[in-house]
Write a protein that binds this ligand. Sequence first.
Ligand SMILES: [Zn+2]
Length: 161
Amino acid sequence: METPARSPIDSKVQYDLLRRARRAAEFAYAPYSDFPVGAAVLASDGSITAGCNVENASIGLTICAEQSAMSAAVSAGHHEILAVAVSAPKSPGTTPCGACRQFLNEFRPRSSDIAVVLDDGCSGNMVWLDDLLPQAFGPRNLDSEIEDTNSATVTRRGNGR
Ligand SMILES: [Zn+2]
């Protein structure tokens, strides 16, 4: 599998992202866990969209901050992001949960990685989505199956994979 290109975001953009994630955490609706989280995503056009976790009495319907921010970005027409910042004030350095890693991977540019800025309480710690979710399953996997409709992959589709 090809290693995606990594372009670190500049420190000013990183600061802006982190600031937006921290502010979003202040709006978190987390009455059950009391674990507020904010996230902010940087779209490929440079715009930033933020979101917070939104819990629900049913617990299972809870939406993570990363998914909230990403959904808002998609709602504004963005399908590719370059970076995401995550801020959990009660636990510096918190990483996106497994579901969010998969959710964010959907919007990774075709040939580059997504910078993930973790709020360490200072200027942020940048890691990469491909390290958090190695060998990820994503849209590209379906592309190759579609392109390869004359081979055995067609049969694989019927296996409930
Ligand atoms: Zn999550």
